[in-house]
Design a protein around this ligand. Structure first.
Ligand code: 2BA
Length: 108
């Protein structure tokens, strides 16, 4: 069995969750946020048998889009003068995917 940890953009979550449910794959979603942009995103955890992993990957490829986000300008103080940094374009996603081996799975 594998544990998948998938970080997706909030706009893509509904599509991923409904596709997983349609495939009868159990999933839990957690509200999270990125360390760099400090914006909300969603972490989905999925426990699956090895033969279902590719189904999950196909769903992620289909439902998660890459987007360009703007990092707003921030005040910069240099030699006593306050200026604003240039707004920065940051490409986010499709999704970040981790796959781990599960030592034991139990339902109590
Ligand atoms: P954030 O940390 O808010 O990062 C958003 C996007 O900013 C990233 O998109 C990446 O394009 C860029 N970025 C991140 N750190 C950067 C840095 N130090 N310098 C320049 N640009 C940087 P993604 O790579 O698609 O990541 C989307 C979100 O997935 C991240 O949001 C974070 O929540 C998570 N993530 C990404 N890599 C991770 C990792 N190795 N471990 C855990 N979570 C990760």
């Amino acid at each position: 069995m594998k544990l998948l940890i998938i970080i997706v953009q909030d706009d893509d979550v509904a599509g991923v969750m409904s596709s997983l449910t349609r495939e009868k794959i159990g999933a839990t979603k957690l509200a999270s946020s990125g360390g760099f942009l400090k914006r909300g995103n969603t972490t989905i955890i999925v426990g699956v048998e090895e033969e279902q992993v590719d189904i999950v990957k196909d769903i992620i490829r289909e439902k998660c889009r890459s987007r360009v986000e703007m990092m707003p300008s921030i005040p910069v103080i240099a030699q006593g003068i306050i200026t604003a940094s240039e707004p920065l374009e940051v490409r986010v996603g499709g999704a970040i995917y981790f796959q781990l081996d599960v030592e034991e799975f139990q339902k109590f």
